[in-house]
Ligand binder design. Structure first.
Ligand code: FES
Length: 122
């Protein structure tokens, strides 16, 4: 039996990688790479918590969105947003994982505090 071709899946911004056979979901690939993606629906396109981004140049490296993903994401698909639980690996691909909203809020607040301190010094 011929071994199945494996594709390189890279998760940005961390740069973590894994190899995946065609058809593996980006959600499962993320788990294998040690990248945490939030889910609440168990991968059924219900919670929209597993959103990731795939650049337009690499859109062909993932399976085109099906009906459920199209319904859920609408125009966000045009911006490269995909549901990791629905998008399947079809080739080498780089996937951008959005920053956790809570972490992003903390980071923004820390940056504001740092700017305020710098302003006080001047
Ligand atoms: S895991 Fe819930 S939409 Fe993907």
């Amino acid at each position: 039996m011929k071994p199945q071709k494996r594709y390189k899946v890279t998760f940005l911004p961390e740069g973590k990688q894994t190899e995946a056979a065609k058809g593996l979901s980006l959600l499962e690939a993320a788990r294998r790479a040690g990248v945490k993606l939030a889910t609440r629906c168990g991968g059924k396109a219900g919670c929209l918590m597993c959103k990731v981004r795939v650049d337009a140049q690499e859109a062909g490296a993932v399976k085109p969105p099906g009906d459920a993903e199209r319904r859920k994401l609408g125009s966000q698909l045009d911006e490269g947003v995909r549901l990791a639980c629905q998008a399947e690996v079809w080739g080498d691909v780089r996937v951008t994982v959005p920053e956790d909203p809570l972490k992003a809020a903390v980071r923004r607040r820390l940056e504001e505090a740092r700017r305020e301190r710098e302003d006080e010094l001047w």
